[in-house]
Ligand binder design. Structure first.
Ligand code: 5AD
Ligand code: SF4
Length: 481
């Protein structure tokens, strides 16, 4: 999801799925009735941002704005932005040039910048980008209708207030890029971790957890509508903690997993992102004990070297991380683990980089999102450390990590050949409408021929006969008793 890194796309576009960035949304929203007001939205960055766009769609819907896929037909063009790396911000600037052309052709079209870059640049955006009418941070989306109304009267507006309470718990997201089977549920907002490289604490504010009841209600509603998989989203889901204001009882993440798993045995539960310092044995037991909680953990390591981890303020070291990996495989031998990795962080030596290489080998990740370090203004690293690893070195180290990760993924996938998996059908495969694509509990993508009478959302049993580093290929068999 964090796929704005050109070196990755260039090296192996199978490692990360580029297709989602900038995604607009499904054809069912394309209809525009005369006289209606419409907004167009593009989303960049993490899953949380895509989830936020669905909240924005709901808020604008209440205000009488329907979504359209056609930028030129929109009264309001929105871009939900990401600041995580410089490249992500460059992409947004480029899109603004395109919106500018539309605005010149159709004066009166309003342009709004949402999300992390809006939060980071605030009113400066209005000075730097004359076409922008409104700038709205991640905690201020309820104010959108008011800001849009103001902009219609010619008054540019900014709201980048960061809240300690806002979780949008009562808002029913409009499922914009839905396949009707899988959906995101945002369970918390913000981040208190303060990793030294990361802009998120500044763009998304303090950590707060959403009501467990509203999360379970959303999962239940999705199940009733035919969805069969939900991904619980947060910057650090393991520190989820919600106190029931009536009883003072608290719900932690392990308990929340059990509560959502109880919605229906046919509803798969996934979650992202976990932090190595916070994931508990109780979370691992909840995963093990509920068949419908998927056996897959995204557990970013960032670096395999203890000195670098300390500079990154990750609050764990190499040994702690290895012990976590051991514990996961001990409790769930069939669990898949994925990671985020940064190469060339400030002062990283060749030897320290080799520690990351050996960690990738130790953890046997099924997949990783891999980046070279990009200094972000205002972060602790930018203030206190020197970005002293030359770009070519950062990129060479990244290539090394990507090559190793790809070979591990290829090997792990080859080991699945001959095995049989329960697969949730998500839709047609990219290449053929005669084939389904779906995922195993370990989040591995499987392609297999369709059988009569099946539809997305069905669970089927697939025997694997072939594999690449990114995909498994199989045929359907009778479920094993
Ligand atoms: N430079 C490069 N990668 C970064 N990430 C976060 N901040 C930076 C940065 N400044 C990566 C981390 C994080 C993922 C979302 O993006 O690996 O886990
Ligand atoms: Fe990008 Fe991070 Fe903001 Fe997500 S939270 S949009 S990854 S900066």
């Amino acid at each position: 999801m964090y796929n704005d890194n050109p070196t990755i796309a260039g090296l192996d576009n199978k490692v990360v799925d580029e297709s989602k960035q900038g995604q607009v949304f499904g054809a069912e929203f394309a209809v525009k009735k005369p006289g209606d007001k419409h907004f167009y939205i593009e989303s960049y960055g993490c899953q949380m941002n895509f989830s936020d766009s669905e909240i924005v769609a709901s808020i604008l819907g209440e205000a009488g704005y329907g979504p359209t896929r056609d930028m030129e037909a929109a009264d309001l063009i929105l871009i939900n932005t990401c600041s995580i790396r410089e490249k992500a911000e460059d992409t947004v600037r480029k899109r603004l040039r395109v919106f500018d052309k539309v605005k010149q052709r159709k004066p009166g079209t309003m342009v709004g910048v949402l999300g992390c870059m809006a939060e980071r640049l605030k009113a400066k955006f209005l000075d730097e980008e004359k076409l922008v009418d409104i700038v709205v941070g991640p905690d201020a989306y309820r104010d959108l209708p008011g800001l849009v109304a103001g902009a219609e009267e010619g008054e540019k507006g900014v709201n980048v207030f960061l809240s300690r309470e806002e979780t949008y718990a009562d808002i029913s997201p409009v499922r914009l890029q839905s396949n009707g089977v899988t959906a995101f549920i945002s369970i918390m907002r913000g981040c208190d971790n303060m990793c030294s490289f990361c802009v998120v604490p500044y763009t998304r504010g303090r950590e707060r957890s959403r009501s467990a009841f509203s999360i379970v209600a959303e999962a239940t509603d999705l199940f009733d509508k035919g969805f069969r998989e939900v991904t619980l989203l947060g910057q650090n889901v393991d520190s989820y903690k919600w106190t029931n204001p009536e009883t003072e009882d608290t719900v932690n993440f392990a308990e929340l997993l059990a509560m959502t798993a109880a919605v229906d045995p046919d509803l798969r539960i996934r979650f992202s992102t976990s932090h190595p310092k916070d994931i508990t044995d109780d979370v691992l037991y909840a995963m093990r004990d509920h068949e419908n909680v998927c056996k897959y953990i995204h557990l970013p390591v960032q670096s395999g070297n203890s000195r670098i981890l300390d500079l990154m303020n990750r609050t764990y070291d190499r040994e702690w991380y290895k012990a976590k990996i051991d514990r996961i495989y001990e409790i769930m031998p069939d669990c898949a683990i994925s990671s985020d990795i940064i190469t060339g962080f400030c002062t990283e030596t060749e030897e320290e980089h080799q520690d990351t290489v050996s960690m990738v080998d130790y953890a046997q990740y099924s997949m990783s999102y891999m980046f070279f370090y990009s200094e972000r203004p205002g972060t602790p690293a930018a203030r206190k450390l020197e970005d002293d690893v030359p770009l070519e070195v950062k990129k060479r180290r990244l290539t090394e990590i990507i090559e190793l990760q790809t070979s591990i993924a290829r090997k792990l996938n080859a080991e699945q050949v001959g095995k049989t998996f329960k697969v949730l059908i998500e839709g047609d495969s990219k290449k053929s409408d005669q084939e389904w694509k779906g995922r195993t509990t370990q989040n591995r993508m499987v392609i297999f021929p369709k059988l009569e009478g099946q539809k997305p959302g069905d669970y089927v049993t697939v025997n694997i006969h072939d594999s690449t580093s990114a995909t498994l290929f199989g045929t359907q068999v009778e479920p094993q008793k």
